[in-house]
Design a protein around this ligand. Sequence first.
Ligand code: GAL
Length: 351
Amino acid sequence: MLKKILGTILCAAIACAALTGCAGSGKKKVGISMPTKDLQRWNQDGDYMKQKFEAAGYEVDLQYAGGKSDTQLSQLENMINSGCKVLVIAAVEASSLGTALDKAAAKKIPVIAYDRLIMGNENVSYYATFDNYKVGQIQGEFVKKALDLDNAAGPFNIEFTAGDPGDNNATFFFNGAFEVLKPYIDSGKLVCVSGQTDFDSVATPEWSTATAQARAENIIGSNYADKQIDAWLCSNDSTAQGVVNALDSRYTMKDKWPVVTGQDCDIVSVKNMIAGKQTMSVFKDTRTLAERTVTMVNQILDGKEVETNNTYDNNKKQVASYLCDPVFADKDSIQKILIDSGYYKAEDIGL
Ligand code: GAL
């Protein structure tokens, strides 16, 4: 008899969770889908969002897709079937999640695209990110200033390393920087000796450090045996780390180290900035983005107006978006931006 009663209670709890999105604990459940653990920032994004959502009273299902779209799709379907009330997704590949988004829409589960816009599907409810074009402009403006392109005679030699072609952000980063630097390429003051200046030629699948290193080693070996490299425009830190490794192993003019850009303030790159091997990064405080995402979820689930400050076209709709501000970082600002703010401890970055 007792078994029967317990079985009935269990079935009722499961039904409740599925119908109300409230897990047995009575809490609303949020599905957080991150692309990979192999790139530092997503571990921080996931951990911090879990902390903030749980502090706000939600139950959290946090999953990492190992860089595989089909894994991310099946994880999302499990989240939908397990009663998640909202999905927060940083897509592995921008256009591969349509079936999951359609299933979420069928169950009236809102979707927030996190950091990376999900393309080609109308069932993206909101987008929370940093101003990615501005990230590229910050990088481009830094190279312009560091080489004093408006006054110095030049010419200066530059190479480019962009991000994953399946990541919608990668074109924003690259185009934002290239818009600043193209006039100097056109005038001949900047010379890309490899000739590789189009996105497809300079893109780095999966933002892989190893892939960026191999390509940079090839470029250095083929074009810079006896030439100085003055700048290397890298769209983020994981690719900048690959370029720095290649410069360490193949570049012969070590006393004329190029300006190297990046993004994310990854620990390895911050250490490289302190060592003078990476010149700048762009800080995108994952705590800011995580807190904004929690605010958006609260507003959605409370039926309140969701605060946004921009829209992005995802080729199916204008997605209401909230853009956080990226911040320039170099070795002189590390203490203030990263240590004093509590983002890293001094010992994390070898200080
Ligand atoms: C982008 C993200 C960047 C970059 C890259 C690799 O989508 O906006 O911060 O690091 O992924 O994680």
